[in-house]
Design a protein. Sequence first.
Length: 306
Amino acid sequence: MESHSPSVAPPASDTPVRTPLALLGLGAMGSALARSWLAAGHPLTVWNRTPGRAEPLAAAGAAVADTAAEAVASAELVVVCLLDHASVGATLAGVDPTGKDLVDLTTGTPADARAGAAWAAEHGARFLAGGVLAVPPMIGVPGAGGRVLYSGSGELFAARRDTLAVPAATRYVGADPGFAALQDVALLSAMTSMFAGISHAFALIRKEDVDPREFASLLTGWLTAMAPAAHRAAAQLHSGDYSSGVTSTLAMQVAGAPTLLRTAAEQGVSTELLLPYLALMERRLADGHGDEGNTGLIDLLTARKG
């Protein structure tokens, strides 16, 4: 009688399975994304309108597609990182994304993202829009502080979260496809205003015997101390009570504004970065809100004219 040995399962591999993906667009950000996925062992197919940009990535192990359609056909997960919404439309024209997971990391407006989601739904694809809160050197570097906001299909985000988290930390901000772009631009707008304040501050000391490096330490410490004002404004917007917790009232701030302007004049510095905000404060004060802080200025910005 023939004897039979019990079957033995092969040893499990310690190597995790990496999701294949396709990437359209190899600018500075797209190339950084590509390098991070390749370094993590993900099979990657890349495409760029200018083929030469793909050569370093091919040397690192990426497959290079001749067309966007070929790249899209190569993987179920497709990431787009192009110049603008118009270039996304031009690139995907004639491409069949049926059954694909489409993630658009192109910087754009909420309306751009919603239009992209509508196009994807019409063509049988799941869609996520992403707002990248990082510069290329931060991509793929743990602890660098990079983050990508995502909105759109929650099912897609849940299914692909591990892969999307390779380049930078992720945060899902809602089913509305426009929310990632909206919050991304809101944060960039706050950053822009902060840079304006920093520029004015350095301009004031520029012609004096003040070491800008030492002043920078004071400046960053001061801005850090003031940052929690965002939480107070959020609480006031939520409650509707704009005077709650206020220590420096609008009346006090407007009274102190001439000192800012006179100092700028003495230092020969333009006030063009200050005047728009000071004008808003004066309008809100004139409307009888001197006991508030600055939160009411938001209502002035959002009030419809005419």
